[in-house]
Design a protein around this ligand. Structure first.
Ligand code: FES
Length: 258
């Protein structure tokens, strides 16, 4: 399938973006803009709100770990979320899957397969120059993300203890689902897959390599669903924070099962 010609574009006969595709290719970038845009706006507002982030055993994932740093700028207290936001943000922002999604949806670079970019670019440097060369920190962002998995797992366990007593409430289950989805997203990462199974010439030669191969197979299985885990965990983090906010602000009551 060929793209419309430049002459056709100049004559005004071909609508932008240039494509011959007849399917609903635009739905995917549109949904990405809506979901990712909503999340970024909500997370920014919540990070700056600096209240309603803790109630009982629940601590919002946007504010975890809660660092005891209290600074003011011109009389305005800095939200504790600001100190940690960079770490999960750098992991998501440099994720190979999200890069595909937001390059297409926000930069139209290109918007989809077989859809021409709206503006011709003079110099294409890929991810070899600033700022996109920073995408190469993904492996390091992954290491930090693993630390956050342990921190958020601790928060999820804490969500099952009310005044020192084990219990289960709606909030406990939300925290549990959140950490499971976050762990699936983190450990289905392409960098982790390479870390486990990459740079080996012979999988069957040693017991260590055979073990790595077996783990690599499982990680590959998860990796096939990385996009799904990326969206599910993003939504889960947002909803977990929203639940904490609603309970902490008194808008709703947490329902305790036992
Ligand atoms: Fe998506 Fe690593 S590739 S988190």
């Amino acid at each position: 399938m060929g793209l419309p010609t430049a002459q056709g574009k100049e004559a005004g006969r071909v609508p932008l973006p240039l494509t011959n595709r007849q399917d609903t290719w635009w739905i995917r970038p549109l949904v990405t803009v809506l979901v990712l845009g909503t999340f970024v706006l909500y997370a920014t507002w919540r990070g700056l709100e600096n209240q309603f982030y803790e109630i009982g055993p629940y601590l919002s994932p946007f504010y975890s770990p809660l660092l005891p740093i209290k600074l003011n700028i011109a009389g305005w207290p800095i939200s504790p979320a600001i100190y940690i936001i960079l770490f999960p943000l750098s992991f998501r922002l440099t994720c190979y899957y999200y890069r595909l999604a937001y390059y297409r949806a926000f930069f139209w670079d290109p918007p989809a397969c077989a859809v021409q970019e709206p503006a011709a670019r003079k110099h294409y440097t890929g991810e070899r120059q600033f700022p996109f060369i920073l995408q190469n920190i993904h492996r390091f962002a992954f290491y930090i993300a693993v630390i956050f998995i342990f921190i958020l797992a601790y928060d999820a366990i804490r969500a099952f203890f009310f005044d020192g007593q084990f219990g289960v409430a709606v909030g406990s289950l939300i925290f549990l689902i959140n950490i499971v989805l976050l762990a699936l997203y983190t450990f289905s990462c392409h960098s982790f897959r390479h870390l486990i199974g990459g740079r080996i010439n012979c999988y069957s030669c040693t017991l260590r390599n055979r073990t790595r191969y077996s783990i690599w197979q499982r990680v590959s299985h998860l990796n096939e669903r990385h996009g799904l885990f990326a969206w599910a965990s993003l939504i889960a983090v947002g909803l977990t924070d929203l639940y904490v906010r609603l309970v902490a602000s008194g808008a709703i009551h947490d329902v305790r099962f036992f």
